[in-house]
Design a protein around this ligand. Structure first.
Ligand SMILES: Nc1ncnc2c1ncn2[C@@H]1O[C@H](COP(=O)(O)OP(=O)(O)O)[C@@H](O)[C@H]1O
Ligand SMILES: Cc1ncc(COP(=O)(O)O)c(N)n1
Length: 529
């Protein structure tokens, strides 16, 4: 059974009615999830910084579905536009019909509309299939100075398209072109341009000030027919601004598609552009003077840095050091000094378990420890505090049965990070496996003072869980030099090592104790073989 999109919006949309469904449609969709949807009608940028590619990435990063109608294919890179191939009007019409008749996007956003015929075809399609909002980014000239839509389309823009638009988002050059070539050099000029463009018919005008000379902030001016609003962000010093205009417009479209009112949509979109520019200000893609930025805020993690996270290896569990704030306090050590000493002694994995530390101190310590751990190729996990792990980009998180469920942690941390779960029973182990954990910590094996009210499961309990577990296991709880051998002697394949707290950190010399324990573990595993 096909759905009928009953939320046919008028072009003059009311944001309050935005995602309302008729009762029948709502019933039909009870168990389905409607996804906010933006259709972009724009040109392809082979360099993928602007155009259709920017729109897709911006919408994806804002959590909105984006369909595409391609109006032109450009040969383009960070140096400029080398060629433009305009798609025939009829084929643009066919694409529009395919998407609009079936998928019923909430919002249409336009970019490069390179011919009068294409603008006319678009206006016709929007009359036939009204959408919730129309955002017109009147792309005319690329930042490199190349013409993407000639002055011949200006009249059709003014007569046909702009009067249908909920918002039009010209940059300084485009605003000037729409007004017959006025010069725009100050915020006051931007205000009067916004007002004059508003007279052409769009409901809102956002004049973008990315190119405003001598301006410390990046200021955009909105006129809604009644009031002016200024949207400011800090100006990021970067050559990677190719596609900011397209991305701003598609992020506004994305927020509108989610149901936001116009002002909030612009605020969020502007904040998004600022963070994406700031995040990717130093990335290098291409040799030209205007690079793309990173819409998904991910590329920096893939930089060929010397010390980046490597995939989880179960042998990392061999000698797993877990820090304890009280012990550090007792011995007058910083977390970082404790971690350094443990690494010197040969630990294979570290977990920061700082229950008493203030969040800010904890984050600073975690960052410092991460640097040391990455340098030595030792994974660093954070106990319980997913926020701290995310903030310092730690290698993963270890959670207990009363902490956030591992499945939720996986959603928050993404597919690559290491997740460990404390388990006492085969049922816990099975759940950890289903939740997407990488390993389980099993214990307390022996009685311990580190954790109050912690049930001791003994070597038998450990063995039972190891045999049932589909994940690698590290044993924990009261393990030290005197009893590590008995743990490894269980000789179950899943048992990969021991996690220790006091045996390392409640000692005078952490590195000496670590070396000794490492030796004991190595001896017991070789004797087992
Ligand atoms: N260096 C920058 N730092 C912060 N924001 C910027 C910077 N350059 C442009 N912006 C913002 O990016 C958006 C696009 O602006 P602009 O560059 O003027 O448009 P276009 O890409 O269409 O020329 C605007 O919100 C603008 O304020
Ligand atoms: C296909 C296409 N669409 C739009 C732009 C404008 O982007 P910018 O102003 O950043 O050059 C572009 N360069 N290419």
């Amino acid at each position: 059974m096909g759905f009928h999109c009953s939320h046919v919006f008028s072009a003059h949309h009311n944001p309050k009615n935005f995602l309302s469904l008729s009762p029948v449609a709502a019933m039909q969709r009870e168990d389905k999830v409607r996804v906010p949807h933006v259709l972009t009608v724009a040109g392809s940028d082979s360099g993928a910084g602007a155009g259709i590619q920017a729109d897709l990435k911006a919408c994806a990063s804002r959590g909105v579905y984006c369909s595409t109608v391609i109006t032109a294919v450009t040969a383009q890179n960070t140096a400029g536009v080398q060629g433009v191939n305009i798609v025939a009007d009829e084929f643009v019409a066919e694409q529009l019909n395919s998407v609009l008749s079936d998928m019923r996007p909430d919002v249409v956003k336009t970019g490069m509309l390179p011919s009068i015929g294409i603008v006319k075809v678009l206006c016709q399609s929007l009359k036939e299939f009204p959408v919730g909002a129309l955002i017109v980014d009147p792309v005319m000239v690329s930042t490199s100075g190349d013409v993407l839509a000639g002055p011949s389309v200006l009249d059709t823009f003014r007569q046909d398209l702009l009067p249908m638009a909920d918002i039009v988002t010209p940059n300084l050059k485009e605003a000037s072109a729409l007004l017959g070539g006025v010069s725009l050099e100050t915020v006051a000029d931007m205000r009067s341009a916004a007002k004059s463009i508003h007279d052409i018919g769009p409901r809102n005008v956002l004049v973008k000030g990315g190119d405003l000379p001598d301006s410390l902030d990046a200021i955009d001016v909105l006129f809604d027919g009644k009031d002016f609003f200024e949207f400011r962000s800090s100006r990021i010093k970067t050559p990677n601004t190719h596609g900011t205009g397209c991305s701003l417009a598609s992020s506004i479209a994305a927020e509108l598609a989610k149901g936001s009112p116009m002002i909030s949509a612009i605020k969020v979109a502007k904040r998004y552009i600022e963070s994406a520019l700031s995040y990717s200000k130093d990335i290098i893609i291409g040799n030209g003077c205007q690079g793309p930025f990173d819409h998904l805020l991910k590329l920096k993690n893939n930089e060929p840095r010397l010390h980046r996270q490597r995939p989880f290896d179960p042998t990392d569990l061999f000698l797993y050091a877990v820090t304890d704030s009280r012990m550090n306090l007792k011995w007058g050590r910083s977390i970082t000094d404790g971690v350094k000493a443990a690494i010197e002694g040969g630990v294979t994995m570290i977990q920061l378990r700082e229950k008493e530390a203030d969040t800010r101190d904890f984050l600073e310590a975690a960052k410092a420890c991460l640097e040391i751990c990455r340098f030595h190729g030792v994974p660093l996990l954070i106990n319980d505090r997913i926020d701290v792990a995310l903030a310092c980009d730690a290698d993963g998180v270890h959670v207990g049965q009363c902490d956030m469920p591992a499945s939720v942690v996986r959603t928050l941390l993404g597919p690559e990070k290491i997740i460990g779960v404390s388990c006492k029973t085969p049922e816990h182990a099975q759940q950890a496996y289903l939740d997407g954990a990488d390993y389980i910590g099993c214990g307390g094996v022996f009685p311990t003072n580190t954790k109050e009210n912690n049930l001791t499961i003994g070597l038998d309990g450990l063995k039972t869980v190891c045999l049932a577990s589909k994940l690698p296991v590290v044993a924990i709880g009261g393990i030290g030099i005197s009893n590590a051998h008995s743990v490894m002697d269980l000789s179950v394949p899943n048992l990969k090592g021991v996690a220790v707290v006091s045996a390392l950190f409640d000692r005078e010399s952490i590195s000496t104790e670590t070396q000794k324990l490492h030796r004991v573990l190595t001896e017991s595993t070789t004797s087992i073989r």
